[in-house]
Design a protein around this ligand. Structure first.
Ligand code: IPM
Ligand code: MG
Length: 398
């Protein structure tokens, strides 16, 4: 093919991508207000096991949710809906990031608890389909990826607001192979998409009384998209005169998270998708690694809560899946409880997790038969939840 034909083909492809983004922008403009869980007769909680160790750890988080919401379930206010089929085998067979029937089921839920799902890449034994996570965030328009990281003894109390539907992820499976020498990927920033995540971060900072937001970009180099993100942040900041804010570039921000003189000053951070992906893994490491962090993916109509680690297929291959650490998905379950308005239960579960996983440690998970199983650990958490002195116990560790 001649160069001019290659250029024409690339232009066609780009034209289609722009059309898709126009459609997406129209949808965002028409978006309804946030759903009110109080007003629902029944809140449907979807439970999706995922791949690898996913079904093992998710089952434990589900048991804990059922335990805490027993009365609500009896009253019919809460209904659990287990959704099968979001496995790599089924996704590969159907050649879809999310099979149609699974997506239909997901849309029947209000909130979803999701175990890790395998993300294929070129060279894997699986077809190179889009990540199920990324597809779910897009399909359900879960634009805010909220990831808290807390290490009280080091005065670390961070909440990351990662943009979750745009940036390098929006067209991550739609790049252009121009010819054997030239490959293009794209990053997408929209006014609507940036405004809503930045607004969510400022809103949280203002309502929680933290009153401090840090905007992270690389606006000095990535001028069009990151430049716009920062410009919109300036605009949003004007709506919140009580919220102090500053902006940092992602490279120095990555360094400053390990600067003990500086890092406690960061509180709420808002950032484009890929920077958020990277920075939140780094941040979670201070708390004990990605295995300890939960992640909320929030949109106006749906919300999904997940473990932030991978599916660890090796543990299943080696017959160790029952020893997988369920802490991250249980942390996600606590975030789910808070999101749907069960703040007391959420707080208790977070305290029990801190006590069992970080302080008391009567049982320890090692990922092997040298430690507790996920089920034993979940039982330990449930025992801790029923302790009368739960709160005092937790406070004495702080
Ligand atoms: C995360 C994960 C996902 C992401 C992967 C599994 C697609 O790393 O939730 O941070 O890149 O967003
Ligand atoms: Mg990640």
């Amino acid at each position: 093919m001649s160069h001019s034909n290659q250029i024409e083909k690339a232009k066609d492809h780009l034209g289609k991508l722009i059309e898709q983004q126009f459609t997406r922008i129209e949808k965002m403009k028409a978006t309804k207000d946030f759903i009110s869980y109080d007003e629902l007769d029944t809140i449907v909680v979807g439970v999706v096991g995922g791949d690898g160790i996913g079904p093992y750890i998710t089952a434990q988080a589900q048991r804990i949710l059922e335990f805490l919401l027993k009365d609500e379930a009896n009253k019919g206010k809460i209904k659990f809906k287990v959704i099968e089929g979001l496995t790599i085998e089924n996704r590969a067979k159907q050649n879809k990031a999310i099979p149609d029937d699974v997506l239909e089921d997901l849309k029947k839920c209000h909130v979803i608890l999701k175990g890790p799902t395998t993300t294929p890449r070129a060279g894997d034994p699986w077809p190179n389909i889009e990540s199920a996570n990324v597809a779910m965030r897009k399909e359900l328009d879960l634009f805010a990826n909220v990831r808290p990281v807390k290490v009280p003894e080091e005065d670390i109390d961070w909440v990351f607001y990662r943009e979750n539907t745009e940036g390098a992820y929006a067209l991550g499976s739609d790049g252009i192979v121009v010819n054997d020498d030239l490959f293009l990927d794209f990053t997408v920033t929209t006014y609507e998409g940036s405004y809503r995540i930045i607004k969510a971060a400022f809103d949280y900072a203002s309502k929680s009384g933290v009153n401090k937001v840090t905007v992270v970009t690389k606006a000095n180099v990535v001028k069009t998209t990151d430049g716009k993100f920062l410009e919109i942040a300036r605009e949003v900041a004007k709506e919140y005169p009580n919220v102090e804010w500053d902006d940092w570039y992602i490279d120095i921000m990555t360094a400053k998270l390990i600067d003990t003189n500086r890092r406690s000053q960061f509180k709420v951070m808002v950032l484009p998708n890929l920077y958020g992906d990277i920075l939140t893994d780094e941040a979670a490491e201070f708390q004990g690694g990605v295995g300890t962090a939960g992640s909320a993916n929030i949109g106006t109509q749906y919300a999904m809560f997940e473990a932030i680690h991978g599916s660890a297929p090796r543990m299943v291959d080696e017959g160790r899946a029952q020893y997988a650490d369920p802490s991250s998905i249980i942390r996600a379950a606590a975030m789910l409880l808070e999101h749907i308005g069960y703040n007391g239960e959420a707080k208790k579960l977070s305290m029990a997790l801190d006590i069992c996983g970080q302080y008391e440690k009567k049982l320890v998970i090692t990922g092997r038969d040298t430690g507790a199983t996920s089920e034993e650990f979940a039982n330990y958490i449930m025992d801790t939840l029923t302790r009368d002195d739960l709160e005092e116990k937790w406070e004495c560790y702080l």
